[in-house]
Design a protein around this ligand. Structure first.
Ligand SMILES: [Zn+2]
Length: 255
């Protein structure tokens, strides 16, 4: 089995909010920081990028603090977005998917359930869902339907040797995490299945819940899959930038 390396690339932040955003219904009075990340898996035959970050246009509209074009951050570890062939989209929230058009040759792996919800279910047009998505991203992903640049997965699926997408709903209807075989065992890029490490450690989700019961089942599933809770990585925790070796500006090696 290939032993991959995993990199966290910060493309925006820090942003501040009530702690209740990161720990559902707790810590209202605390102010907590979060960063915005994409991830890169190297060491196998192919480089795989997990999530795309935010497009420059949308970052400008949202006045996103500390924003750097994800293409620029990837270039710091010798990854050229114009050449990337494999992108896994964990879910279709704007901060994870709106940079998709930065990857002109990539095939996007998305759970079919996630894709259908955001692109075909009219509930996704209602205000709470519109708030966390982006119409241009949905239109871009719709334009890829029935082409070889879109791979819709139905549940758990190994897309390359040692890189497996796992259906992990709760935060969205069809969020997927990425289980990666590494030298220290299976590490899980969990994206917003947890905003911060504390979510996994305290068995307590973050905000933006679509299904709390499913979310708790997902935590069980991921804990069974990874050999250690230290190998479950969250979506927005600044600790990913602070406690791991920095290999380039804004880029740390997690495993
Ligand atoms: Zn999200």
């Amino acid at each position: 089995m290939p032993e991959h390396e995993i990199y966290a690339l910060k493309y925006a932040g820090p942003l501040e909010s009530s702690g209740a955003f990161l720990m559902w219904l707790k810590d209202w009075e605390q102010v907590e920081e979060r960063n915005y990340y994409i991830w890169c898996v190297k060491g196998g035959q192919e480089t795989v990028v997990v999530d795309t970050g935010v497009s420059p246009d949308l970052a400008m509209e949202k006045n996103l603090t500390g924003y750097v074009n994800p293409a620029e951050v990837l270039s710091r570890i010798e990854v050229d977005v114009r050449e990337v062939r494999h992108v896994i989209l964990t879910h279709i929230h704007w901060d994870h998917a709106s940079g998709a058009s930065l990857f002109p040759k990539a095939t996007f792996c998305i759970q079919e359930r996630e894709y259908h919800f955001w692109l075909k279910d009219r509930i996704a047009e209602r205000p709470p869902f519109e708030h966390v998505s982006d119409k241009r991203t949905s239109a871009y992903l719709a334009s890829l339907e029935k082409t070889d640049r879109l791979a819709l997965l139905q549940g758990d699926h190994e897309i390359l040797a040692g890189i497996e997408c796992l259906l992990a709903p709760g935060h969205t209807v069809g969020l997927q995490v990425v289980a990666v075989s590494t030298a220290t065992g299976i590490a899980i890029l969990g994206s917003d299945c947890a905003h911060v490490f504390r979510n996994y450690r305290e068995d307590w989700p973050s905000a933006l819940i679509v299904d709390l019961v499913e979310w708790m089942r997902t935590y069980e599933k991921l804990r069974l899959k990874a050999p250690s809770i230290d190998l479950l990585f969250p979506g927005h925790d600044p600790i990913m930038s602070e406690n791991y070796p920095e290999v380039a500006e804004g880029v740390t090696r997690l495993v």
